[in-house]
Design a protein around this ligand. Structure first.
Ligand SMILES: Cc1cc2nc3c(=O)[nH]c(=O)nc-3n(C[C@H](O)[C@H](O)[C@H](O)COP(=O)(O)O)c2cc1C
Ligand SMILES: CCCCCCC(=O)C(=O)O
Length: 350
């Protein structure tokens, strides 16, 4: 009998996940906005970047840890906020949080999680959680959610700013996917005995970022920045980090690939705060390319979902473990001892 081989690359988890998920749920996780041009561009952009190794550097012990406003991570790959983990696995966000804690990295809990942030925290004591927020026009409700995240022990607030409206996702429209199944809801949206809908409002502005900063002592990370002028404004408004992201190509289609936007944002930020990046990271080589171009750390969305759907906590742990091992391997072959020593000169367009 041929033994079943465990996935040896992150990409292999997608097929395993697809085989287990309902087609409409697979499409929700995999899909993006419009023609999915940005979804494809995110990955393709990494393939268009070449790495140029240095030799005879005597590098020795490797350093992959990073220190960020919301705490330290042993690897420079964070778990991006993604919604609805219980569609992928019955343990949902609990399983993801345990795997992230075991990998000693940060999990960003989505506001649209299907397990309440308090229960995610309880599932992974000792783990580092950040909380992702869509600022709700009802500011009292926004504040109530912030207080819950604080009380659950989250160490940063990630405010997603690329969603003044929900992306138009053709796959979801064709599948009629617009709600969670019975027995599942966005647990962080509970308000007394009802669950509120998430409002993505075009009325949200920099004024709300200021209000939020006054509302909490937690560092505020701005996720979904693509324009260098917005990166500069983010600094004016006192954010603790800027997160370059096009939401994995799920919001405005034809926005450029995230990694192509990175250098201009890094230049605009000028080292004032860390710059994070997500979108299309599938390999350790993608991680080092992004960090060479100035990212302080990166995050992965779909790879975590594929690991979760394929094999629950173990699958997520394997995805994170593969990325960690690949980062170390890439550093060794690049002749670089620490992720902090990655520089633009190690990357070339090809
Ligand atoms: C299924 C899914 C759900 C997502 N849900 C959220 C969310 O609730 N909040 C958020 O800020 N971003 C959300 N995102 C965007 C991710 O945080 C991240 O920006 C994106 O997945 C990165 O691209 P990648 O999937 O290629 O790694 C979601 C992405 C996916 C794929
Ligand atoms: C109505 C709930 C919306 C959750 C948003 C999740 C998300 O950001 C995504 O990309 O999907």
């Amino acid at each position: 009998m041929t033994p079943v081989r465990a996935p040896s690359a992150v990409r292999e988890f997608e097929a395993a996940a697809r085989a287990r998920l309902l087609p409409a749920h697979y499409d929700y996780f995999a899909g993006g906005a419009g023609e999915e041009i940005t979804v494809r561009a995110n990955e393709a952009a990494f393939a268009r970047l070449a790495l140029l190794p240095r030799v005879l550097r005597g590098t020795g012990k490797l350093q992959t840890g990073v220190t960020l406003p919301g705490g330290r991570a042993a690897m420079p790959v964070l778990v991006a906020p993604t919604a609805f983990h219980r569609l992928a696995h019955p343990e949902g966000e609990r399983a993801t949080a345990r795997a992230a804690a075991a990998a000693e990295t940060v999990m960003v809990v989505s506001m649209a999680a299907t397990v309440a942030v308090e229960d995610v925290a309880a599932a992974a004591p000792g783990g580092t959680l950040w909380f992702q927020l869509y600022i709700q026009p009802d500011l009292a409700f926004t504040e109530a959610i912030v207080r819950r995240a604080e009380a659950a022990g989250c160490t940063a607030l990630v405010v997603t700013v690329d969603s003044p409206a929900r992306g138009r996702r053709d796959r979801d429209q064709h599948n009629g996917f617009d709600d969670l199944p019975d027995g599942m809801c966005c647990e962080n949206l509970r308000d007394g005995d009802r669950v509120r809908p998430i409002v993505m409002s075009p009325e949200i502005s920099w004024r709300h970022v200021d209000l939020l900063r006054r509302m909490t002592e937690l560092p505020v990370v701005l996720k979904g920045v693509t324009h260098p002028d917005d990166a500069r404004l983010a600094l004016d408004h006192g954010v603790a980090a800027v997160w370059v992201s096009n939401h994995g190509g799920r919001q405005l289609d034809t926005v450029p690939a995230a990694v192509d936007l990175l250098p201009e944002v890094v230049a605009a930020v000028g080292g004032a705060v860390p710059v994070l990046l997500d979108g299309g990271i599938r390999r350790g080589t993608d991680v080092v390319k992004a960090m060479a171009l100035g990212a302080s750390a990166v995050a992965v969305g779909r790879p975590v979902i594929w690991g979760l759907a394929a094999d629950g906590e173990r699958g997520v742990a394997r995805v994170l473990g593969l990325l960690h091992d690949e980062v170390e391997h890439a550093l060794t072959l690049l002749g670089v001892a620490s992720v902090h020593d990655l520089r633009p000169g190690l990357v070339r367009p090809c």
